[in-house]
Ligand binder design. Structure first.
Ligand code: CDP
Length: 238
């Protein structure tokens, strides 16, 4: 394999297909995939289950801050898939519900939550050869990442994709509610004070509204070849 041991940072709006893209690149090029959004979702699930959210959606930050010191959120790699664990419990399904999606962006505005997630991501990435997706990976978490990708897509297409994903998993889904949730999260993520979502100046921008997964892979391979001067490339399976 002739792709170097780099860190690839993938940022972008909600449901632009960052994780699908990042997982595919990880599988093709033998990289470790880390989903920073899953970590924020994991903290959110923990907050909800621990009774730290009041009826009106207020988060009990005074209780959450000390609880994070002992919070064991980690990834396990099973059958080629990366799954999030809270202690010994796999929480991959629970963190993707609309209930968690509705609270995750407010939780992710809390600076000490961001520090917790950043520390975990740095610990997991030791050694490099990692692709990570999120909102602030190329700007804050790994500002020196060797390759930065910023993903965007038409909002209606994004909502439809997320809706189809929920239907395929047999979850209750409502297109209007999904669209509203994506718009709300995009707004909160772009306007928060601590490390807001923004396009890194040195990122390569991918609008995948009309792209297939294969085209995304060919696109990133072209970027990598150009940036690192690679003449040979691995054969693609996707
Ligand atoms: O999959 P989707 O794009 O819908 O979202 P996600 O990647 O699972 O992230 C869920 C939420 O976590 C986002 O809407 C952000 O509020 C927050 N997040 C963040 O603040 N910073 C990151 N690096 C990743 C996610």
């Amino acid at each position: 394999m002739n792709i170097p041991d780099i860190i690839i940072a993938v940022d972008g709006f909600s449901a632009t297909g960052k994780s699908t893209f990042a997982k595919m690149v990880a599988a093709e090029f033998g990289f470790l995939y880390l989903d920073s959004g899953a970590m924020y979702r994991g903290v959110t699930l923990f907050t909800m289950e621990s009774g730290m959210v009041s009826e009106d959606g207020t988060i009990d930050e005074a209780a959450l801050r000390p609880a994070l010191a002992d919070l064991d959120l980690h990834f396990a790699h099973e059958d080629g898939k990366t799954k999030l664990y809270l202690g010994g419990r796999c929480i991959e399904t629970e963190i993707r519900t609309l209930a968690v999606s509705s609270l995750v962006s407010p939780v992710a505005t809390i600076p000490f939550v961001r520090n917790y997630v950043d520390d975990r991501l740095h610990a997991f990435s030791e050694g490099g050869r990692v692709i990570m997706d999120g909102r602030d990976i190329g700007t804050t978490v790994f500002p020196d990442a060797e390759l930065k990708v910023f993903m965007t897509a038409d909002p209606a297409v994004r909502a439809q994709r997320r809706y189809d994903e929920m239907v395929a998993k047999g979850e209750p889904a409502d297109l209007e509610a999904v669209m509203k949730n994506l718009a709300e999260r995009d707004y909160i993520d772009s306007h928060r004070e601590t490390s807001p979502l923004r396009q890194p100046e040195d990122a390569f921008v991918m609008d995948n509204t009309h792209m297939t997964l294969h085209e995304e892979l060919v696109w990133v391979l072209g970027v990598i070849q150009g940036k690192f001067g690679l003449l040979e490339v691995p054969a693609l399976t996707h």
